[in-house]
Write a protein that binds this ligand. Sequence first.
Ligand code: ZN
Ligand code: FE
Length: 259
Amino acid sequence: MNLLALPAFADNYIWMVHDEARAFVVDPGDAAPVIEALRTRGLQLAGILVTHHHPDHVGGIDALRGLLAEGGGVVHGPARERIPEPFVPLRGGDTLELLGLRLAVIDVPGHTAGHIAYAQRGAAAAPLLFCGDTLFSAGCGRLFEGTPAQMAASLAALAALPDDTRVCCTHEYTLSNLRFAAAVEPANGDIAAHARHCEALRAAGQPTLPSTLALERRINPFLRCGEPVVAAAARREGAANDEPVSVLAALREWKNRFR
Ligand code: ZN
Ligand code: FE
């Protein structure tokens, strides 16, 4: 199975999984890069997965529906959000099979109220995770519709997946997130090392994604709210106490004003 990150807009990725004949895509905010990738590789579109309702994730769906009909696929999306109809509504605990991959749906509210993620089950190694705008490399999504407690629970659900999980986020925010992570934890050598690695990737025009959960546990402040050094930094920025939810809330506010 092949995994591609199709660049879209300024910093989005539309993830494509294909087996040399058929493909599915995740969060096609724009149809053009998907159509181009299908055409150049001679692939049929066999499905669309959607994580949440924001336009940069759903904008290409209607233009891709005609191609889906040929490939026999459908659109899958979050049951509790409004996305272009028709689609198969999914909620946490649901499973689906696509191109022979088994995917489990996880509810991850916070960025939006009904945001879902898709986690591959039963893989021998390196299972895929499509987490939309919930978990980013070295960061997390803004809390547009949810609370810090919801985001903390959502990130904990994702962090419970295997170490070698391939984290397929929807935005190339890694370098700016790593600058913030370094401000939170100036002495964290993993953050500095990964920033150097990602600078080289970006200079070569390569995505910094997918990441892995093992790496995120070492570099992502939003997965490290229980670490004393992270809590201390959050306290200096106004966290009410050392509870992980208070730490996450303060980190998120700090990140919102961080330049
Ligand atoms: Zn979004
Ligand atoms: Fe987005």
